[in-house]
Design a binder for this molecule. Structure first.
Ligand SMILES: NC(=O)c1ccc[n+]([C@@H]2O[C@H](COP(=O)([O-])OP(=O)(O)OC[C@H]3O[C@@H](n4cnc5c(N)ncnc54)[C@H](O)[C@@H]3O)[C@@H](O)[C@H]2O)c1
Ligand SMILES: O=C(O)C[C@H](O)C(=O)O
Ligand SMILES: [Mg+2]
Length: 597
């Protein structure tokens, strides 16, 4: 027997355990609720309100030393008591985000078969081809508004983790609720299991996915096509589909294929670009320069780097720099060395070719940094420690304030630690990283490294898309033309109410660049003084709301919102949709009639 109380959020679950009946997670039920629901006596007499339960969770979590054990405990809590889980995380973002998200989620994925208790989300395999809609129909919630989907091929910088990659959609969607208060019932994590090429997993007795090598080519493409169509049939055209941690060879292809037809975006390409460029824009305030004054070198030329590089081009163009000049300031290094025209080793895809310049090849990153003398160095190649002491010292020797981003996740893959960055640049660098690093004091000054992670973007973006019923996350950032430049680059503000912006807004058919400029706008002078290019994690919920407000405002102004009529007060409207993690009464309120019958 199984039933659950949705209104209360405390999982009121009556489950046959052998012959006995147990109530799970129910100490939050009042005496009256217990009597009316028929669960009186199934719980100890004590009543614990949510505040008390929060104290208990804190005591329990602090008992665990290892982050992975904290993760397992929290996932158990999510199963038992969703509202308590979300309240605990929402009120403890700074210390809990690194547990349910990067970096601990990486370790959790690597051990998913061992730590998984109650699977969450949908697993759809290649063998379900032809029946994908039926599987989506098995999902009990009808009001799904956001899906995060992976095929597990590039989980963080950890490579192919197959079905173990499910930890990522689960973690990302937890942040939809924690950071943007999207109702968890509107969120659906999905793993598309097409096999894995990871031999270790194929040999792992606890592996939870298909034990076969990855299906590719036409069969794979047909499967993804069927999945996209089935999502629309089941959840409607407005359902946002976020692609996450797909392998490079599929990520760009699928984005190009679906970006104009579906309400979709690729977080690793577009979300990352938005967050990183926001950080770079904020760094310009510290260095008092324009982006076009800089030379940027990327270690890695994949989803993250190319997404960021393209958005940097657009940002430079808004400063009046030509496309060709902007590209000439951006250089990428991949596994074969510097990307240059006619490189003997080849390996230059169509996307990389746009940044292939005419010069002699250079093999190593060290030589590239010494020769090209970049002022901004961005790492996204999942090569831990790639920013060596020598590279960091060279950056410091060539620049008063070098900008250094170590974006690779999890922490073990970071190009350098915050400590190394500040130490080897003698405290001069402006540093951000994909995984969190603690503050570091160098020569008496404490630096607070910002977390350059797409988590600053996707929750707010999703909230905006859902709130306005946007059908299409238009990727046409190229139309965010030079006309917006004065308002966003000079002052880092986009005042959407300004009549001066009427014209640019008419052509503003893009969402994610807007979010990146919005984010740069939120960074305060105090944050910058402390060395942080991003607002502190404890304000990230506020950032998400601000981003959502700007997206919804822009959506109504540009006619891409489908929720009509337009609300008078957009912020109040969005707030009215937000998830409330406090318990609501599990039984209707009883009231008396004024007269006796
Ligand atoms: N901070 C964030 O928000 C964020 C977002 C997306 C990705 N990432 C991280 O960035 C990393 C890369 O992700 P991706 O999606 O770009 O992956 P990807 O597979 O698309 O790209 C990896 C790139 O690294 C290059 N590379 C591999 N070995 C190299 C070497 N020895 N020297 C130089 N380049 C090398 C590859 O050629 C490729 O161009 C991952 O660790 C991921 O977790 C971080
Ligand atoms: O998941 C993250 O922490 C960021 C990013 O999406 C990644 O793939 O590394
Ligand atoms: Mg990712």
């Amino acid at each position: 027997m199984f039933s659950s109380c949705r209104t209360c959020g405390t999982v009121f679950e009556l489950r046959r355990v052998g012959e006995s009946l147990s109530v799970i997670g129910g100490m939050g039920f009042t005496l009256q609720e217990r009597q009316v629901l028929g669960i009186h006596g199934l719980l100890p007499p004590c009543y614990r309100d949510q505040d008390k339960q929060m104290q208990l969770i804190r005591l329990n979590i602090d008992k665990y030393q290892e982050p992975i054990n904290k993760y397992t405990y929290l996932m158990g809590l999510l199963e038992r008591n969703e509202k308590l889980f979300f309240r605990f995380l929402s009120e403890n973002v700074e210390d809990m985000m690194p547990i349910v998200y990067t970096p601990t989620v990486g370790l959790a994925c690597q051990n998913y078969g061992l730590i998984l208790r109650n699977p969450r989300g949908l697993f759809i395999t290649i063998h379900d081809k032809g029946n994908v809609l039926e599987i989506l129909n098995n999902w009990p919630e009808n009001e799904v508004k956001a899906i995060v989907v992976t095929d597990g091929e590039r989980i963080l910088g950890l490579g192919d983790l197959g079905a173990y990659g499910m930890g990522i959609p689960v973690g990302k969607l937890a942040l939809f609720t924690v950071l943007a208060k999207v109702d968890p019932r509107q969120c659906l994590p999905i793993t598309l299991d097409v096999g894995t090429n990871n031999q270790q997993l194929l040999d792992d007795p606890f592996y939870i996915g298909l034990r076969q090598r990855r299906v590719t080519g036409r069969e794979y493409d047909e499967f993804i096509d069927e999945f996209m169509q089935a999502c629309v049939k089941r959840f409607g055209r407005n359902c946002l589909i976020q692609f996450e941690d797909f392998g490079n060879h599929n990520a760009f292809r699928l984005l190009d294929k679906y970006r104009n037809e579906y309400c979709t975006f690729n977080d690793d390409i577009q979300g990352t670009a938005a967050v990183c460029v926001a950080g770079v824009l904020a760094s310009l305030r510290a260095t008092k320069t324009r982006l076009s004054d800089h030379l940027i070198v990327f270690q890695g030329a994949g989803e993250a780097s190319l997404g960021i590089a393209e958005l940097c081009v657009k940002a430079m163009k808004t400063e009046g720099t030509s496309d060709a000049d902007a590209r000439s300031k951006i250089w990428l290094v991949d596994s074969k060395g510097l990307i240059v025209k006619n490189r003997p080793e080849g390996g230059i895809s169509e996307h990389k070719a746009k940044f292939a310049h005419n010069r002699a090849p250079i093999k190593t990153l060290t030589e590239v940094v010494k020769t090209l003398k970049p002022s901004i160095l961005i790492g996204a190649a999942a090569i831990g420690g790639a920013f060596t002491t020598e590279i960091l010292q060279t950056m410091a020797a060539n620049n008063k304030q070098p900008v250094i981003f170590a974006l690779s996740n999890p922490t073990s893959k970071a190009e350098c630690t915050a400590e190394a960055a500040y130490t080897h640049t003698n405290g001069t660098c402006i540093f951000a990283s994909g995984s969190p690093f603690p503050p570091f004091t160098h020569n008496g000054k404490t630096h607070y490294p910002g977390q350059g992670n797409n988590a600053y973007i996707f929750p707010g973006l999703a909230l905006g898309v859902i709130s306005a019923g946007i059908r299409h996350v238009d990727e046409d950032l190229f139309l965010l033309s030079a006309k917006v430049r004065l308002y966003c680059i000079k002052s880092y503000r986009i005042d959407l109410s300004s009549s001066k912006l009427a014209e640019p807004l008419l052509i503003l058919r893009t969402l994610y660049p807007k979010t990146c400029w919005s984010l740069a706008d939120i960074v305060t002078e105090k944050d910058l003084d402390m060395g942080s290019l991003y607002p502190p994690l404890k304000t990230i919920q506020d950032c998400s709301l601000k981003i959502a407000v700007k997206i919804v405002e822009a959506a109504y102004k540009t006619g891409i919102a489908s929720v009509l009529p337009e609300p008078d007060d957009i912020e109040a409207y969005i707030k009215s949709l937000l998830y409330d993690y406090h318990y609501s009464p599990a039984i209707p309120k009883v009231y008396e009639w004024p007269t006796k019958l």
